[in-house]
Design a protein around this ligand. Structure first.
Ligand code: UT7
Length: 328
């Protein structure tokens, strides 16, 4: 019988556009205050891409770093997955554009639309292909240009989002690696967070533009409740098969939706707050890019050491969710 290959993250990279939009800048754009944004979300500033900078451009920069970190070249990659809800265009996929821009071989490349849980889903998919021996090295990227689908006159959403990209190279490892994966979705609550127009149901028209239906619509208060329960439950589901207790987790890398959500998740899990990695203050919510960049930053800052047990934990539109335990 063939032995399953152990799979780990062997390289990480991230990219943030240069322009920083502060809460003080937003005070001049909509009826809001720095105090409201900080106390309700934990966000101080976020990065915004240039008009000519597309999701694939940010993805490529993050991917180059991840490849260098892994000591690999573009031609070593066997599979490319890009998690995004802000692709450059409907098709070709952003993953195909990334494949070309990076100079990869003609390897499989596809996007996944899983909103904020996209990076976690991408890692889970790549893990399957590598552990089964089909491929050796996969590039998983979470990249978003949320500023392109943000209604900059809606204070309920425009203060939350930012742009960026994070990338991971996955490959065989001798020990540890990905030890547990739990994914889920609930399509009945899709209307809590969506972008209504531009698809086959409501194609782009003068009216859809006038009605601002090409922007993110969100029922924040309702999502908040689901996020706390679902992220805590997902963490439990991923750790249960390993008999891990909250105290055994060295660091949680959560999707950065809202500081209050993350503190409530920590409380529900019985975890001390310092075990939750946070960078929402600097970047806001970058959907699929959030957990990818958080993981890259945590490693860069020395917060993750060899042998640590790391929990990726994400929740997003769909609804979707996912949690993964990695022995570093
Ligand atoms: O990425 C994964 C999916 N996303 C999430 O999980 C997001 C989850 N939700 C949230 O993070 C929070 O619900 C928000 C940060 C979006 C909103 O915070 P909240 O504490 O739930 O506020 P709220 O929506 O209940 O609004 C409270 C008040 C309202 O005013 P009234 O009706 O009480 O007079 C809003 O109009 O705050 C008002 N408000 C604002 N005031 C100043 C909403 N946005 C703003 C703003 N500045 N930017």
């Amino acid at each position: 019988m063939c032995q399953e290959t152990k799979v780990g993250i062997i390289g990480l990279g991230s990219y943030l556009p240069k322009r920083v939009l502060t809460n003080q800048d937003l005070e001049k754009m909509v009826d809001t205050t720095d105090e409201w944004i900080v106390t309700r979300t934990g966000i101080h500033e976020r990065h915004i891409a240039r008009p000519d900078e597309a999701t694939s451009d940010m993805a490529v920069e993050a991917a180059k770093q991840a490849l260098a970190d892994a000591g690999l070249k573009a031609e070593d990659i066997d599979l490319i997955i890009v998690a995004t809800i802000t692709p450059d265009m409907f098709f070709p996929s952003t993953a195909c554009l990334v494949q070309h821009k990076l100079g990869c071989r003609h390897v499989p490349a596809f996007d996944i639309s899983v909103a904020c849980s996209g990076f976690v889903y991408g890692i889970a998919i790549a893990n399957q292909f590598i552990s089964s021996g089909v491929y050796r090295h996969a590039l998983v990227i979470g990249a978003e240009k949320l500023s392109s689908v943000t209604d900059w006159s809606d204070r309920g959403t425009c203060v939350l989002f930012g742009d960026g990209a994070g990338a991971a190279v996955l490959g065989p490892v001798n020990s540890g690696g990905i030890v547990s994966v739990y994914l889920g979705a609930d399509g009945s609550k899709g209307d809590l967070l969506n972008l209504p127009a531009g698809g086959s149901k409501l194609p782009a028209s003068k009216k859809t533009v006038e009605d601002k239906l090409h922007f993110i619509k969100m029922n924040g208060a309702e999502l908040f409740k689901h996020a706390v329960k679902i992220m805590a439950d997902a963490a439990l589901e991923a750790t249960k098969p390993l008999n891990l207790k909250a105290k055994d987790i060295d660091l949680v890398i959560p999707h950065q939706a809202n500081l209050r959500i993350l503190m409530a998740v920590a409380k529900r899990m019985g975890l001390s707050e310092d075990k939750i990695y946070l960078n929402i203050d600097k970047y806001g919510n970058m959907s699929a890019a959030s957990s990818a960049i958080a993981l890259a930053d945590a490693v860069k800052e020395g917060r993750i050491k060899k042998g640590n047990k790391i929990l990726l934990d994400a929740f997003g539109g769909g609804l979707t969710w996912g949690a993964i335990v990695i022995e570093w």
